[in-house]
Design a protein around this ligand. Structure first.
Ligand SMILES: [Zn+2]
Length: 173
């Protein structure tokens, strides 16, 4: 995971992620989506999104979500079975995107080099990763990538255009 320099996201994954986050957002809830895929050398390819069972919370301290230990175990079993990797976690915030101390503490992604993406405004903005807050796990710390790094690392692959034309890559800036 820590050798990954490039992350390709299938267009469908982006679409289903935004849809899920907006669905949570309509009830003023944060949502969590996991990005799964394969790693080959320096490149990760995100082929599936997974919305784990989660309990949304709204309190005076703000909003959040809880994923139980059981669910986490089930997810890791599922990943092992399918030989698929957890590459990133994506979650929404009501307003500004940043990694809160709770986000640091309760991250589902725990592997060195894994990614955590925070989506502002419950996902109702443009699905543009350079407007999100993107972090990468380095030792015990989640380090934020700047806009240039995000644009360099992440690419959305629109597979709808795959047939006939051999596929096109669109940069996300
Ligand atoms: Zn958060």
């Amino acid at each position: 995971m820590k050798n990954v320099k490039r992350v390709i996201i299938l267009g469908e994954v982006m679409t289903s992620t935004i849809y899920a986050l907006r669905t949570f957002g309509k009830s003023k809830n944060e949502g969590l989506v996991l990005w799964l895929g394969q790693i080959e050398g320096y490149q990760a390819r995100i082929t599936h999104s997974l919305v784990p069972p989660q309990r949304s919370i709204q309190s005076e301290d703000g909003v959040g979500y809880i994923v139980t230990e059981e669910t986490l175990l089930e997810i890791s079993r599922f990943l092992n079975q399918k030989k698929i990797r957890l590459i990133a976690q994506v979650h929404s915030h009501p307003g500004r995107a940043y990694h809160s101390s709770a986000d640091d503490r309760y991250a589902v992604v725990t592997k060195e080099g894994g990614f955590s993406l925070v989506v502002p405004n419950f996902g109702f903005g443009q699905p543009d990763l350079t407007t999100w807050a993107v972090y990468r796990l380095s030792g015990p710390h989640w380090l934020q990538l700047d806009r240039d790094q995000v644009a360099k690392v992440f690419t959305i692959f629109n597979s709808q255009e795959r047939s006939g034309r051999g596929g096109t890559f669109s940069a996300i800036v």
